[in-house]
Write a protein that binds this ligand. Structure first.
Ligand SMILES: [Cu+2]
Length: 137
C-alpha cells in the first residue's frame, strides 16, 4: 500500500514537472519574438543614457549607426527615465532638419527620410549622445 502511494506521488510530480517545463518554453519563445521586433523597428535610447558611459558598447542610441532606405520612417524610443532628444546635426550645432525636443520616458519620435545622404544627430542635453543615419536608394 505504501509503495502504491509512492508511485502515484511520483507520477504526479512528473506530470507537474513536464507541465511547468512546457510553460517555461512558451514564455521564453514569446519574449524572444518581442525583443527581435523592437530591435528591427526602433532605435532605443537605453537606460542610463544620461551618464557618459551609456549602453552596451558605449552606444547611447542603439544602434547608433542605422542604414535606411529613401522614404523609410525611423523611430527612436526613450527607454531611459530621464529626458533626451533626437536632434539633427552636431552638439551645439543643429542643422534644423529634425528635432524631437525633450522626449519623456517611453516617448517615441519618428522622422521620414526623403533624400539619400548621411544624417548625424545628437541629444541637446547630453554631449556624449550621438548617432548617424545613412539613407540609401
Ligand atoms: Cu540625452
Amino acid at each position: 500500500m505504501k509503495k502504491k502511494l509512492a508511485v502515484i506521488a511520483l507520477t504526479g510530480l512528473a506530470i507537474i514537472a513536464i507541465a511547468s517545463q512546457v510553460n517555461l518554453e512558451d514564455s521564453t519563445e514569446e519574449a524572444q519574438i518581442e525583443t527581435v521586433e523592437e530591435i528591427e523597428d526602433v532605435i532605443t535610447i537605453p537606460i542610463k543614457a544620461a551618464r557618459p558611459a551609456c549602453g552596451p558598447n558605449s552606444e547611447c542610441y542603439i544602434p547608433s549607426y542605422h542604414i535606411a532606405k529613401i522614404g523609410e520612417t525611423v523611430s527612436w524610443k526613450n527607454k531611459d527615465s530621464a529626458f533626451h532628444s533626437v536632434t539633427s546635426g552636431y552638439y551645439e550645432n543643429p542643422d534644423g532638419l529634425f528635432d524631437s525636443d525633450h522626449l519623456d520616458p517611453d516617448e517615441v519620435f519618428s522622422y521620414t527620410f526623403e533624400e539619400s545622404g548621411m544624417y548625424p544627430y545628437y541629444c541637446t542635453l547630453h554631449p556624449w549622445m550621438a548617432g548617424q543615419i545613412k539613407v540609401e536608394r
